[in-house]
Design a protein around this ligand. Structure first.
Ligand code: ATP
Ligand code: MG
Length: 395
């Protein structure tokens, strides 16, 4: 049996040059090590265009699953490292061909070490010739069932017959930090995933209105945070008590403007916390037209309350596309658990779909919200969540 002993990792989105490239690789390297911290026997090596992990007795399936969650990896392969010697290379490739049950093949070689005496074309021909002579496999250069890749380096040659797609994007955290408004719904956890994929570190803020919202609703949000935290290994979550502000809004404005005002207050709170935490933007799971508060008019009116940029990764996604993503990242089942969050409880019957800033400010002038916001920020509870190992621990 061919024994794969080294994982070879290829990078994504590396159009960047110079220092950016260095930062990209260092961050990716660290993120990979963090992701695999439960495997102390692994040894790592990075070069300007690859990262290598030397395996001992780890379960390759577990390593594969973890690596597929690291943003910035474009693809990776389980390889066997052999001496950079054409005879050895030929023999190992023949063994891979013999052990496979495929009918067609292709050899794809890359000569990184230019001092190796045979060019990649020559290597392809020598190896393919050996396989044609000794097996029934036929060459198919366009759509081979078995693609044997080999990379010749000065310290050895890496041979593989697989190429596993990575998560793509940028290494988590390389592009700065944002504060995401995380509800217990379907959308915002998907937004977290999208932001992290762009290399942003995500902190979350959740607004709860106890006793109108339950302990279960809060736990659900923490579970969702834990699920998406896997992509950045941990996540900070700020829990803000929104009850008093929400009650004051209803008293001052009544039904139609309640949602608009609530969201303006949420944005103001988020802006304050973002500033406190060094986040340069806030983010939401909003998508145009989905509900009354997400018409373009509503978005404009709500946005007017703050100055900090708002990132809306899902703004043009269909609900079905968002659900698809939620299923893929494993948050959907938890998101649809029926625990009330603060918006569903105070669900107004006739929310305005075209709110105005003037009217919003008119209602807001009726109570001293600035002080209430300060107090809510001061009393926030901050927790750190990490991925759970056992699915059973979730609600
Ligand atoms: P989601 O499925 O993410 O809850 P939604 O379709 O239910 O979204 P809304 O309830 O209008 O839409 O919320 C829009 C966005 O506002 C959410 O994606 C989230 O970013 C933010 N948000 C809503 N409620 C809360 C909350 N209680 N705490 C924090 N953020 C919230
Ligand atoms: Mg919601």
């Amino acid at each position: 049996m061919v024994k794969y002993d080294t994982v070879l990792i290829r990078f994504g989105e590396l159009s960047t040059k110079g220092k950016n490239r260095k930062d990209f690789i260092s961050r990716l390297y660290q993120n990979i090590r963090d992701m695999l911290k439960d495997y102390p026997e692994l040894t790592y090596r990075k070069t300007h265009d690859r990262i290598y992990i030397k395996l001992t007795d780890e379960d390759p399936e577990e390593i594969r699953e973890k690596l597929q969650k690291v943003f910035g990896i474009s693809s990776f392969s389980f390889t066997e490292k052999v001496d950079s010697d054409l005879e050895v290379i030929r023999e190992r490739c023949l063994q891979i061909a013999r052990e496979s049950d495929k009918k067609t093949f292709k050899i794809i070689s890359r000569r990184h070490d230019k001092s190796f005496p045979v060019k990649s074309d020559g290597i392809n021909r020598a190896v393919a010739g050996e396989i044609l002579k000794n097996t029934d496999l036929k060459v198919d250069v366009h759509d081979p069932e078995l693609a044997i890749r080999l990379e010749v380096h000065s310290d050895g040659t890496y041979i593989t017959s697989d190429k596993i797609k990575g998560a793509g994007g940028y290494p988590a955290g390389i592009n700065g930090k944002v504060l995401l408004l995380l509800s217990g719904g379907i959308d915002s956890p998907v937004a977290a995933y999208q932001l992290m994929k762009r290399g942003l570190k995500v902190e979350a803020v959740h607004f709860a209105s106890p006793p109108y919202t339950s302990e279960n609703a809060k736990q659900k949000v923490l579970d969702l945070a834990s699920m998406v935290s896997v992509y950045q290994t941990k996540m900070t979550v700020h829990l803000v008590n929104f009850t008093d502000i929400q009650l004051a809004i209803y008293k001052a404005a009544g039904d139609p403007y309640a949602v608009t005002l609530m969201r303006r207050m949420m944005f103001r709170l988020a802006e304050r916390i973002a500033q406190e935490r060094g986040c340069l933007a806030i983010a939401t799971g909003e998508s145009i037209g989905q509900v009354a508060s997400q018409t373009l008019e509503s978005i404009a009116c709500i946005n007017d309350a703050i100055r900090i940029p708002v990132i809306r990764p899902l703004v043009c996604f269909d609900k079905l596309e968002i659900i698809d993503q939620a299923v893929k990242i494993g948050t959907y089942e938890t998101s649809i658990l029926p625990f009330e969050d603060c918006c569903t409880i105070f669900d107004p019957k006739n929310p305005v779909t075209k709110p105005s800033v003037e009217k919003s400010e008119f209602y807001e002038a009726k109570f001293n919200y600035a002080e209430m916001l300060d107090e809510a920020v001061r009393n926030k509870e901050t927790v750190w969540v990490t991925p759970k190992k056992d699915e059973e621990d979730f609600l």
